[in-house]
Design a protein around this ligand. Structure first.
Ligand SMILES: Nc1ncnc2c1ncn2[C@@H]1O[C@H](COP(=O)(O)OP(=O)(O)OP(=O)(O)O)[C@@H](O)[C@H]1O
Length: 653
């Protein structure tokens, strides 16, 4: 690198005024400081020392005048170059040491190096060297908040010198220290001077002022005394400033930046563990609900479709309403209506089904007084034609004929699941053994066969179908007809059925093709899915609002950290990325957890309802992406606010 003989600092007629202040904080101040000088700036409170320091450190812009830093005119320099100069060429030591209390001593010392994007190994080495030089090696792994005041200030110096800056700016470095610790700081500053650093110290401390080679006094924003420059020493030659990015934009370097960002975000989330956990849970609940709604609506749709898809093409259901004891009084009329329906074109068969209200049916195995099985068994009555119409075989074959009366008397055909529930052995291939009977509402009913309901008749899964005389005395019965049509004709037939069954009042007969029913149930499933989805979106919005609020509060409480990062050269975009990444991580973890919760919820609901769960392979992706997007969106505003914080103001507070 080329080396020239130029002042380290050259101010010409610098003024700085603040809105609302009649007196400028700096007034036409001119000053030259040679490289390698150790200068103390003294003056009463309010005289403009900190303002001068902020201008020198490129934390603040003067209102007028010119400033050359190592020969480079820096008043008009772009923000990104100013960040780089701060990161590479200036070391700051602030009065309030601005240590990140929850981070380790090592990570505090390495902070500036992280901003420089130095590799992890070099970073650790340089930070350890600086810690060692400042006599803190024994506390290297400690959490910074456990350090004493003097140790903190030495750590602040270690952080400032670890990056190897050309100039050190220190604002009251001994302000909070006793004389012993002040003396240590002074000796470290002298040691730095001896290695060629240019040092500018603002101080009220006579000990520090005396240790400097040159004293400058400021009053009302102007220099009122200057002890004069010292001779250049052997280290006083300066190198050009670092204004261009040092790290290349290679894949490796980008990966390092990404790893640094992720590391910062993780440690920041870990430090605020409980807050992070609550946020993750908020996202998990919202996303979990959404994932469950997707999976459940798929599951229920599948359930509905597979249950009735076989019947959709050739079945019409006719609801005759509640028949209160009418079945037998009006059996003739019922048979007549059914005859007329079976005469309709495209009709293959028709049968009735009388379903008895569960409160009216007591079914037991051995005695009329024993307790009913745990699982509810439904009771229905029909004729043999029902089995033909819905296409269910019985064991033994044609057992259903016995339903049509005659000598056999009171008989029952039992679904396999109901038989198992009642403790009847269904393993025999020839049907129930002779003499097996049930007690139904106090009557002894002989079991003559089994049947296995299929998808068309899910309502008969656990049921007993009896001959009509068994239920003769029962009032509460829902009566319906099942009409089997030629394939593709349910809709045509359904229009004619009411007129055929009840020519006098066709309006009293309500007809549904299974296809209608399917639509209806799919709609119900969809409605349910939509309801859960809307609810989940509300939950996700709430999660996003809580995340945004928590993040906003965090930004406020981390003002000092943000100020420090900005002061030591972190760009606005780095600060923005840091907060955005925190939102992304919280949202993604919440989203993944929500995906798992939603899946588990669907499995539990499906298992308890006897459904086959349908878990689309995209569920995890949905959970993750909804969580990630919501996390990012909710952190945009707080991240933006953080990135806009003015380092000069923030560092004062
Ligand atoms: N951001 C600001 N907005 C308004 N006025 C400001 C701002 N910063 C500094 N000032 C004013 O400029 C003047 C110089 O302040 P400065 O902090 O530089 O003094 P100082 O010499 O460092 O004081 P001290 O020794 O008490 O820290 C003061 O009157 C102060 O109120």
């Amino acid at each position: 690198m080329s080396e020239e003989l130029i002042p380290a600092i050259h101010l010409e007629s610098i003024s700085r005024s603040f809105p609302g202040n009649d007196q400028p904080a700096l007034h036409k101040l001119s000053l030259k400081i040679e490289a390698g000088e150790f200068v103390a700036i003294i003056g009463p409170s309010g005289s403009g020392k900190s303002t001068l320091m902020n201008v020198l450190g490129l934390l603040d812009h003067p209102s007028s005048g010119k400033y050359w830093l190592f020969g480079q005119e820096s008043t008009a320099t772009a923000e990104s170059s100013r960040n780089r100069i701060r990161a590479h060429s200036i070391g700051f030591i602030f009065q309030a040491s601005h240590i990140l209390g929850d981070d380790s001593v090592l990570s505090n010392a390495a902070m500036g190096l992280r901003t420089q994007s130095v590799s992890m190994n070099d970073r650790t080495q340089a930070a350890l060297d600086a810690i060692d030089r400042l006599g803190l090696a024994h506390r290297v792994g400690a959490t910074a908040k456990t350090l004493s005041g003097g140790e903190r200030q030495r750590l602040a110096i270690a952080r400032a010198v670890a990056t190897g800056p050309q100039i050190i700016l220190a604002d009251e470095p001994t302000g909070n220290l006793d004389s012993v610790n002040s003396a240590k700081v002074v000796s470290h500053l002298r040691m730095l001077k001896s290695t060629g650093s240019t040092i500018v110290v603002i101080t009220h401390d006579p000990q520090v002022a005396a240790a400097a080679d040159r004293q400058i006094e400021i009053l009302d924003g102007q220099i009122v005394y200057d002890s004069g420059g010292s001779a250049r020493n052997s280290h006083s030659l300066v190198s050009p400033l670092q204004t261009e990015p040092l790290h290349d934009r290679s894949m490796r370097s980008l990966l390092r930046i990404a790893a640094d960002d992720a590391g910062d975000a993780i440690s920041s989330l870990a430090i605020r563990g409980l807050r992070s956990l609550l946020l993750v849970l908020a996202f998990a609940i919202g996303v979990g609900g959404l994932v469950a709604s997707v999976a459940l609506s798929e599951t229920t749709s599948n359930q509905v479709s597979s249950a009735i898809k076989g019947a959709a093409l050739d079945e019409v259901k006719v609801n005759l309403g509640d028949a209160e004891g009418q079945l037998f009084d009006q059996r003739e009329q019922l048979d007549l209506g059914m005859d007329r329906i079976s005469d309709l074109p495209h009709v293959r068969g028709v049968a009735f089904l009388g379903e008895i209200s569960p409160t009216e049916a007591k079914i037991t195995r051995l005695s009329p007084t024993e307790t009913e099985p745990d699982r509810a068994i439904s009771l229905a009555t029909s004729s043999s034609s029902y089995f033909d119409v819905v296409g269910i075989d019985t064991t033994p074959l044609r057992a259903s004929v016995l339903l049509d009366g005659g000598k056999s008397g009171s008989i029952a055909i039992v679904s396999k699941e109901a038989a198992e529930e009642l403790g009847i052995d269904t393993s025999g291939v020839g049907g129930p053994p002779a003499g097996i009977s049930l007690w139904i509402n106090g009557q002894l009913v002989q079991v003559v066969g089994y049947f296995s309901p299929d998808d068309r008749t899910p309502e008969l899964q656990v049921s007993v179908i009896v001959s009509p005389e068994v239920v003769a005395g029962i009032d509460q019965m829902r009566l319906s007809l099942v009409v089997r049509t030629e394939e593709g004709f349910p809709s045509t037939v359904s229009k004619a059925v009411p007129f055929a069954f009840s020519p006098a009042s066709p309006g009293s007969v309500s007809v549904q093709t299974v296809a209608d029913l399917q639509d209806l149930r799919v709609n119900v499933a969809n409605d349910l899915g939509t309801f859960i989805a809307v609810l989940s979106i509300v939950l996700i919005l709430l999660a996003a609002i809580s995340a945004a609020t928590a993040m906003y509060l965090t930004v406020q409480s981390r003002s000092s950290e943000i100020a420090l990062r900005r002061a030591i050269g972190a760009s606005r975009s780095l600060i923005f990325r840091l907060f955005l990444l925190e939102g992304l991580m919280v949202g993604s973890i919440g989203g993944l957890l929500g995906g798992a919760i939603g899946t588990l919820f669907t499995l539990v609901i499906s298992a308890s309802s006897g459904w086959t769960p349908v878990l689309p392979p995209t569920l995890t992706g949905i959970g993750l992406s909804v969580g990630a997007v919501t996390g990012v969106v909710s952190s945009i505003y707080p991240a933006w606010l953080a990135s806009r914080k003015d380092p000069a103001n923030a560092i004062r507070s």
